[in-house]
Write a protein that binds this ligand. Sequence first.
Ligand SMILES: [Zn+2]
Ligand SMILES: [Zn+2]
Length: 245
Amino acid sequence: MPAVAILPAMRPRALLERAVDLLFPLRCAGCGAFDTALCPACEARLQPAVGPGRCGNCSAAWDGADFCPRCFGWRELAGIRSVYEHVGAARALVHRLKYQRYRALAPLMAERLARVASDLPVDGWVAVPLHRSRERDRGFNQAELLLRHAGLPPAPARLRRVRNTGTQVRRTAAARAAALAGAFAAEGPPLDGLVIGLIDDVITSGATARECARALLDHGARAVWAVSFTRASLDLAALSAPIDD
Ligand SMILES: [Zn+2]
Ligand SMILES: [Zn+2]
């Protein structure tokens, strides 16, 4: 009786997702061990993107003093803070959530994100938006899912992607920045003087975060921090090469 009573209330997509969860049990993103999203051995090998050896501004790998050349001249962001370098099991978690639509990973990823995010002087949080058509194809926005599970206070306004910019994969940092110009707008009550935090799953060239920050500043924010689960530290010798992730 309960199954019959419950089934008609579930939408086809929800039913399908439940079936997929049952067919594909949880596996470690690093080594494939069963019944865990991340086993202790793989967790121990994750590279933190906080602390020594990181740029004080954009959190990319950097052994020099102060700030790295990747973020030289950035004006839009108060800074980037990320939980892990975008390699190994951390990168696999991002890809599984986004491309394999493995939503069960969101709580684990969001919990780590929240630890880094809650250290920042932020008044309210927004997620990097997907274009409507992208979100429809994927069924969800991974950044929004992470923000929701992180339990961070939402900002009064939100971001919208006003142009579909397509995938950024294989575009150079400069091409990414050009493609994203004017791609976002903030909507809702003005952010009069608030410090806003921006959530994304991965930050690579920083072009998306900077363009989102610009829209939030235009909408009245005093400052914008960007926080991501992973940070892909672009190779300094190849800053003008196409980027894979
Ligand atoms: Zn493992
Ligand atoms: Zn930097």
